[in-house]
Ligand binder design. Structure first.
Ligand code: TYD
Ligand code: MG
Length: 450
């Protein structure tokens, strides 16, 4: 038998070292190295076992992948049209965000299909209580509180479920290696074994994984390469909205996203996000601007709120929730230099309503409009929305998917939309006034009639 090899592995990024070191030279984390014992059992590289022959691409027989309908519009959408049999999906997110709720709820909705939910986190009783809270305990849903991978896979073989959830990869372990549960080597080994099982038996697995504070899957950075699909469940725990994004998908696009609302009795799908995200009584309030944003490929109208106040203490504060703080600083500098507003002595707070995190740079102009509105204490016209990225020269830059943004604004009854100048869009049957503007200073003049 091969000699066991001891090495040290960073639990955060997976880097290896021959001895125990305090700080990882790769990711810079402290105290993340763990001992890992491996026995080389795999065949040596270079040994070709299968004789694959090059083929002309048009000779390859390929059918559309079969899909399992997850009975959830939002989840199906993010998966690229349903779950592919034999695929392995990693569902990641911060603790408490609702991963277990989502996974259990999805299985409960699958009706007559037999499913298995294996949890290393909660007891069968807790799972039952949770299922009851989600109103139901269907016949074909099997649950199992287990931390041993072997026993879970045995049960899968016995039960032959159509979908298996393992919650979470950090709480299960295999007897094949001698490492503590949750360590990088356990996580990696379990994932590799599940993958092998999934491919051999054509059973799809949804694996739950926790995420560390930096937002990467704790330890399992390595997992992202193993699995077919990585879904990220995100949102602010203090708000009701949750977004499900595909970060990687071998069977679909990564630009789709699903939106859910966390309620007393579980997650509810949100099919008309814009209507929910806009508050009804914003008339006459200063510091609010509506951005026509696109997240993934979905148009969303988003309420941007800003508060500008005189700084009480020496250094003014700049803070933002749901919007990149560095980008806010840049936008304020543009405002200062290109539009001539003096905000140096002011505190500036920016917030995206609903607890969403927006990555679309096209909300820049709406952020500036909200800041200016609060600064002057003049409310913007509530029937106007804005889209446009702001450049360092104070210019409004083109945005992607402009037609979708305009149509969404029109659909929600907005009268006017500000867009970057010179972009082509479809004007047919358009029931909204489109104002093209090329510079921040002109947008300011238009919005405040100055
Ligand atoms: P959970 O699914 O346990 O999160 P995770 O598995 O990602 O750690 O859900 C956590 C939170 O969701 C918990 O604080 C309570 C809340 N919750 C609801 O608001 N409604 C519900 O129906 C359920 C089951 C949970
Ligand atoms: Mg959980």
């Amino acid at each position: 038998m091969a000699k066991p090899k001891i090495q040290y592995v960073c639990s955060s990024c997976g880097a290896k070292a021959p001895q125990l070191i305090g700080r990882c030279p790769v990711c810079g984390e402290w105290g993340t190295y763990e001992e890992e014992t491996t026995v080389e059992t795999t065949t040596k590289r270079g040994v070709i076992t299968r004789g694959a022959q090059p083929q002309r691409i048009h000779e390859v027989q390929a059918q559309e992948e079969m899909r399992i309908d997850m009975q959830s519009l939002e989840l199906n959408r993010v998966l690229g049209g349903g779950l592919v049999p034999g695929s392995m999906v990693l569902l990641g997110g911060e603790p408490g965000i609702g991963k277990s709720t989502l996974a259990l709820q999805v299985l409960m909705k699958m009706g007559e299909k037999r499913t298995l939910y294996a949890s290393g986190e909660e007891s069968a009783k807790q799972l039952k209580l949770r299922a009851e809270r989600l109103s139901g305990s269907p016949d074909n849903l099997y649950i199992m509180a287990e931390t041993s991978l072997e026993r879970i896979l045995d049960s899968v073989t016995e039960l032959q479920p159509e979908v298996v959830v393992v919650d979470s990869i950090q709480t299960i372990g295999t007897e094949a290696i001698d490492a503590s549960v949750g360590s990088l080597s356990q996580v990696k080994e379990c994932a590799a074994r599940i993958l092998q099982y999934a491919k051999e038996k054509n059973v799809p697995f949804i694996i739950v994984g926790h995420i560390n504070k930096e937002g990467s899957l704790a330890g399992p950075k390595v997992l992202e390469h193993i699995v077919d699909t990585v879904l990220q469940f995100e949102g602010d725990q203090h708000y009701v909205y949750r977004i499900l994004r595909a970060q990687k998908n071998r069977f679909g696009s990564t630009s789709e996203l699903g939106i859910f609302e966390m309620q007393q009795d579980g997650l509810r799908e949100v099919t008309n996000p814009s209507e929910l995200l806009l508050s009804n009584n914003r008339e006459g309030l200063s510091g609010i601007a509506i951005a026509a944003a696109v997240e993934g490929v979905r148009p969303l109208l988003i309420e941007v709120q800003a508060l500008v106040a005189s700084a009480a203490y020496g250094t003014p504060q700049r803070s933002s929730t749901g919007f990149d703080a560095r980008r806010l600083n840049m936008l304020l500098a543009v405002l200062e230099k290109r539009v001539g507003f003096k905000l140096l002595q002011k505190d500036v707070f920016v917030n995206i309503a609903g607890g969403l995190r927006v990555n679309d740079p096209a909300i820049d102009m709406a952020v500036l409009a909200a800041v200016l509105s609060s600064n002057m204490d003049i409310a913007l016209d509530e029937q106007t929305c804005i889209t446009g990225e702001v450049g360092l020269a104070g210019e409004i830059r083109p945005v992607n998917r402009i037609d979708q943004r305009i149509r969404e604004a029109e659909k929600l009854g907005f009268k006017t939309i500000i867009v970057p100048r010179g972009q082509k869009y479809n004007t047919q049957n358009l029931n909204i006034q489109v104002i093209e503007i090329s510079r921040v200073v002109d947008a300011f003049k238009f919005l405040f009639k100055k």
